[in-house]
Design a protein around this ligand. Sequence first.
Ligand code: GLY
Ligand code: MN
Ligand code: MN
Length: 439
Amino acid sequence: MINAYIERCEQRRQALLAAMLPNSVCIVPASTLVTRSNDTEYTFRQDSDFHYLTGFPEPDAVLVMSNSEVWGSPFSALFCLAKDPLAEIWHGRRIGTEHAVDQFGFSQCHNLDDIEVGLTSYIDGHQHLYYARGHQAQTDTLIDDVLAILRDAPKQSKQAPECEIDLRALLHEMRLFKDDDEIALMRQVASISCEAHKQAMLMSEPGKNEFHLEAQLHYSFALHGAKNPAYSTIVGGGDNACILHYTNNDCLLQDGDLVLIDAGAELLGYAADITRTFPVNGHFSTAQKQLYQLVLDAQLASLALFVPGSTFKAATDKAVEVLTQGLLDLGILTGTLQDNIAEQHYRQFFMHGIGHWLGLDVHDVGNYKVANQDRPFEPGMVMTIEPGLYIAADADVDEKWRGIGIRIEDNILITPQGYEVLTAEVPKSISEIEALMAG
Ligand code: GLY
Ligand code: MN
Ligand code: MN
């Protein structure tokens, strides 16, 4: 049965073919399994571009599309692993070439074993080849071999494409704007991730290990149908929160410390990316409250700029202004607001960007500049907002601020009227967090 997502994939293939130059062929490979250690592989994750265009869940397949009249545009063919009873006993069921046509709406489907001959025939005679070279070495080599065959056989009337065009420009522009099905999925994965964060807050107490909270998050994701996290989970207690990509998650949580959790589930390929920071014991100290409220104020001020026509630059400038003023008010920085901003003194404590596109990839595709100008937000874009403050254990500031890392990260959909916070279900004000943890 062709479900709604698969139908969307067919529509996306048609839209992509319509946007290409006439007489173009396009090739998109699936991911491949990667060995983890002898005879075992890392958990398979489908290539995002391939998933977006096919919904086909198996490794090693290759999608070919053409908008040439010769193939009966719009044309799409899949090369995939053929049915093989013995291999399927060992490695799992395969869809096979017949069902790939019925269930996924391809015009034709072929055995992967025939790919070199098949691709030679499909590419032959097209003027343009759209392909994301450099993304997957194995397919680069295959395509080079096929192009060499075509270039070497002009007397047999074979003709290689005159030009190769980077597919990413067209395809990633499409992926930047989420359609209704994608937005529904992103709301769902955001909600699953919010629930997991709430469960982790409820479980927190001094003496638990960071890995207990990590286990709770992953358990909660899986329990709600999201078997995998979208990226490596960060659970950083105390000054571990100041390591931006901390993933060891193996220290005891100490009474009086904050803990920072950056974790999001993946559902049908789509990511959530949420950070919350809360007291291990459920109560913020005075210094923690002051810094936390400052990050929250910066987030809320910046959030007002996540509207159509605004930019990441405008949102960053607002967050930087609020954070810098707050650091001055607390005596952590000295001097004037203007000088501190101009000299970027805040970067000692806030050293990353305000956010990034979010979608099939947690750091999703899409240009951040257009014609060298900051890209205005438009309805259908989804991104994160994630200001933070990180005061290292050896920072040259009053002792009471040291070893505190705070980030508050939400997922935002730009709407025609403004924005929707997809991750609003997990508390972020001091009183909401303390109330939840008291329960
Ligand atoms: N979790 C990765 C990030 O926040 O960008
Ligand atoms: Mn993020
Ligand atoms: Mn994050």
